[in-house]
Ligand binder design. Structure first.
Ligand code: E4P
Length: 215
C-alpha cells in the first residue's frame, strides 16, 4: 500500500514529501477552503512540489460542467488527477475524461456497487470513505475488503484509495484489507512514526552513550 497525503496545505505536503514516502496528494473543496488561497494557484504550487498524482475536485454537478472543469484542471500539470463525485453525471464525466487519457479519482464512495460502477466507467482511482462510514455506525473497513475482493475477482485495474482516514489503525487495516493507497492527513502520518518504546530506546541509547563518550 502506498501513501498519499490528504491536504491542500503546501507546508504539510513539503514536510511529507521530505520523508521520501509520498506517492501522491488528494485535495477536496473543504481542504482548499481551509487554506483561503486561489485553487488553481495552489494546485500549481503542489504540482511543482510533487510529480506523482495530485487529485483536484470538480465543483459542477452536471457532466458537461465536470468535463469542462476537468480539462481545465488537467491543463495545469500532467500529474493532475480529476476528482469526480460518485453520481450518474459523474460517471458520464469519468468516461469522457478517461477516453481523453485524463486520470480520474471517483470520490464519496460508500458502497461496493458505486466502486464497481466507477471502475467500469474508467476511473483510475476509487475513494471509499472509511471514517465517515464509521461515524454513522457502519464498518468502513468491510467496504475496503469487499471492493478489493470484487476488483481482484474481475481483474479490475482501478486502484482503491482508502480515504477519510482518522487514525493509525485505519492505515494498518486498510493495507491488510487490500487498499492500494491510503490518503491520510499529515497529523496521522506523523502519528504512524511514533511508538513510546522507540522514544524510550532513543533516550536510553543517548544516555548510555553520554556516559562513555569522553573515554
Ligand atoms: C479523500 O480524498 C477526501 O479528501 C478525504 O479523505 C475526506 O476525509 P474526511 O472525511 O476526513 O473529510
Amino acid at each position: 500500500m502506498k501513501f498519499f497525503i490528504d491536504t491542500a496545505n503546501i507546508d504539510e505536503i513539503r514536510a511529507a514529501n521530505e520523508l521520501g514516502v509520498l506517492a501522491g496528494v488528494t485535495t477536496n473543496p473543504t481542504l482548499v477552503a481551509k487554506e483561503g488561497v486561489s485553487f488553481h494557484e495552489r494546485l500549481r504550487e503542489i504540482t511543482q512540489e510533487v510529480s506523482t498524482s495530485v487529485s483536484a475536485e470538480v465543483i459542477s454537478e452536471d457532466a458537461e460542467g465536470m468535463i469542462k472543469e476537468g480539462k481545465e484542471l488537467a491543463a495545469i500539470a500532467p500529474n493532475i488527477t480529476v476528482k469526480i463525485p460518485m453520481t450518474l453525471e459523474g460517471l458520464k464525466a469519468v468516461k469522457v475524461l478517461s477516453d481523453l487519457n485524463i486520470e480520474t479519482n471517483v470520490t464519496l464512495i460508500f458502497n461496493p456497487n458505486q466502486a464497481l460502477l466507477a471502475a467500469r466507467a474508467g476511473a483510475t482511482y476509487v475513494s471509499p470513505f472509511l471514517g465517515r462510514l464509521d461515524d454513522i455506525g457502519h464498518n468502513g473497513m468491510e467496504l475496503i475488503a469487499t471492493i478489493s475482493q470484487i476488483f481482484d475477482q474481475f481483474d479490475i485495474k482501478s486502484q482503491i484509495i482508502a480515504a477519510s482516514i482518522r487514525h493509525p489503525l485505519h492505515v494498518t487495516d486498510a493495507a491488510l484489507n487490500g487498499a492500494h493507497i491510503a490518503t491520510i492527513p499529515y497529523k496521522v502520518l506523523a502519528q504512524l512514526v511514533k511508538h513510546p518504546l522507540t522514544d524510550k530506546g532513543i533516550e536510553q541509547f543517548l544516555s548510555d552513550w553520554n556516559k562513555v563518550k569522553d573515554l
